[in-house]
Design a binder for this molecule. Structure first.
Ligand code: NAD
Length: 508
């Protein structure tokens, strides 16, 4: 396995918690061996035909073409803007158009001078890592991102195995996706790459085999493409809706799924705050990442009266000490078609600050909801918060963890903190199997009970406080000594997974 700059791989580093917890519960050696590597690592390629593009010229390149007559493109929507400044040139742009092209350059009034770049076939590396299925079908998100690797997907797939066990949903763990920058391709190209991905994966997935869901760079629209491709031509396609979760509610998705991960983060924060007699109302919050998880968490916390004072994303950071107007920010990022990068940058209701300054803002809670390894040692040294609630997967490095512990900053670890998404995915899958539709109140009621109950067990394991209450029994999980919360969460997962191997035995 590749070693990153002399450091351990993501996977090796993430598995340190696994091994620590496995030692503490004296895990059966064969079970440990089953869990320490994924069941299957599927790596493959998908190809698509891409459309021609208009590539903007810089000032120097424009000079020889200043006299080029403007072209009149009537079907304006046939030039699809991309976040990288290019336009996808759909063929209908030529209908009734009055066009002048010189040496492949075109002048479009209001848009600028462009070089026409020929499209053609493109190849992308794709992954699906199926980590473990002893508790149920493989389950986990699909990520479209320009930086992804086998090492990353192995780590995220294993995280899903732990997460599904902690939230007591009858699934295993998987993760996958495509190495692609989704902001650099048209809607149609993203649809095609998705269809091709499912085409190649078709006999490895299914409602009882492997069930994808959205993750970074994917959403309900992409889940709809996946469902359609998987069920294409099947007479009983309505029985197969559970092949993916995170669908639009109008086509078999669950109420509450879009916000479920953020809602789960908030239930965890509420429990943490209740124990310390802190009020969410008026609490100061930092959020990193304003996609699905970050924006839902911010919205729910703001509705409870918290002040989200700063938000950082890949393109910028905004700050308002009195609290940002979160509904307005959601509108700016997610409902404004001009905001092609779906970024908080440029939000008029806040001041732009640097990412470095973001980490140093005084607040009660930090919710990392972007990518992994953001909170390393130096960042952890700078934080002035009481709690890090991990909405993202793997946002804190081992060094970051050590610094947070030494500084007395609490952590709610990812494998419980962001488990709300997969929990409601299970409710979606159940509703699909039963052809039912539950209300949002029912979904959230069940989610709250599951998250709060399992978080209470994790806390009991951490403090070595075995007890039986009317709601739960932590006695089978405590290990006779206090442990850090991340290890405690892993102990809960491993005990539940190990029970399957020990009680069912191994098929030979
Ligand atoms: P998303 O694609 O909707 O949003 C990602 C956000 O992260 C964007 O705002 C982006 O600008 C920001 N970002 C990316 N790189 C960044 C960087 N270097 N610095 C700062 N910000 C950066 O993704 P999402 O679905 O909200 O997922 C976010 C995290 O939550 C991921 O770690 C994902 O694995 C985890 N997660 C998601 C779900 C879910 O249901 N979607 C469930 C559990 C965990």
């Amino acid at each position: 396995m590749a070693v990153r700059n002399g450091k351990k791989t993501f996977y090796e580093e993430a598995m340190e918690t696994f091994h620590r917890a496995a030692d503490l519960i004296r895990m059966h050696p064969r079970v440990r061996m089953e869990l320490e590597e994924p069941d299957f690592e599927h790596i493959f390629y998908v190809t698509i035909d891409t459309r021609d593009r208009l590539v903007p010229l810089d000032d120097e390149e424009v000079k020889p073409f200043r006299a080029l007559p403007p072209s009149d493109v009537k079907a304006g929507d046939a030039l699809e803007p991309l976040a990288d400044g290019k336009f996808v040139l759909h063929r209908r742009a030529l209908l009734k158009a009055d066009i002048s092209i010189r040496q492949g350059v075109i002048n479009i009034p209001g848009k600028g001078f462009f070089r026409i770049e020929k499209g053609g076939p493109r190849k992308f590396k794709a992954y699906r890592i199926q980590h473990n299925q002893v508790r149920g079908p493989y389950k986990g998100g699909i990520r479209y991102h320009k930086e992804c690797s086998l090492d990353l997907f192995k780590t995220l797939a294993a995280d899903m195995t732990w997460k599904t066990a902690i939230s007591e949903v009858p699934f295993g763990g998987a993760k996958g996706g495509i190495r692609i920058d989704p902001f650099a391709f048209s809607k149609e190209e993203i649809e095609h790459v998705t269809l091709r991905y499912v085409y190649k994966l078709k006999n490895l997935m299914g409602p009882f085999i492997d069930i994808p869901a959205p993750d970074v760079g994917t959403n309900g629209e992409i889940m709809a493409y996946m469902m359609r491709q998987f069920t294409d031509g099947e007479r009983e396609h309505h029985r197969m809706r559970g092949v993916v979760t995170g669908k639009d509610v109008r086509i078999g998705g669950s109420e509450g799924r879009i916000k479920a991960t953020g809602q789960g983060v908030v239930y965890c924060i509420e429990e943490w705050a209740r124990e310390r007699k802190l009020d969410i109302k008026g609490a100061r919050v930092l959020v990193q990442g304003f996609g699905n998880v970050g924006s839902a968490t911010a919205e729910i916390l703001a509705a409870l009266g918290a002040k989200v004072v700063a938000v950082n994303d890949v393109n910028g950071t905004i700050h308002r000490d009195g609290g940002l107007d979160i509904p307005a920010l959601v509108h700016h990022v997610h409902q404004n078609p001009q905001n092609l990068r779906r970024t908080v940058a440029g939000f008029p209701g806040g001041t732009a600050i640097s990412k470095d300054d973001f980490w140093g803002i005084d607040a009660d809670f930090l919710v990392p909801a972007a990518l992994g390894e953001e909170i390393d040692g130096p960042v952890a040294e700078r934080l002035k918060v009481k709690l890090v609630a991990e909405g993202a997967n793997g946002p804190t490095t081992r060094e970051g963890d050590r610094v947070l512990a030494a500084r007395g900053i609490d952590v709610i670890p990812d494998i419980i903190c962001n488990a709300g998404g997969v929990t409601v995915s299970y409710y979606e899958w159940l509703q699909n199997q039963r052809l039912e539709h539950w209300s949002e109140a029912e979904v959230n009621g069940r989610l709250e009970q599951t998250i709060k109950k399992n978080w209470a067990i994790v806390r009991d394991i951490a403090r070595n406080r075995p007890q039986r209450t009317p709601l739960y029994d932590s006695r089978p999980y405590c290990v006779g000594q206090a442990v850090d919360v991340r290890t405690a969460a892993m102990i809960l997962a491993l005990k539940r997974i190990e029970a399957h191997y020990l009680l069912e035995g191994f098929s030979q």
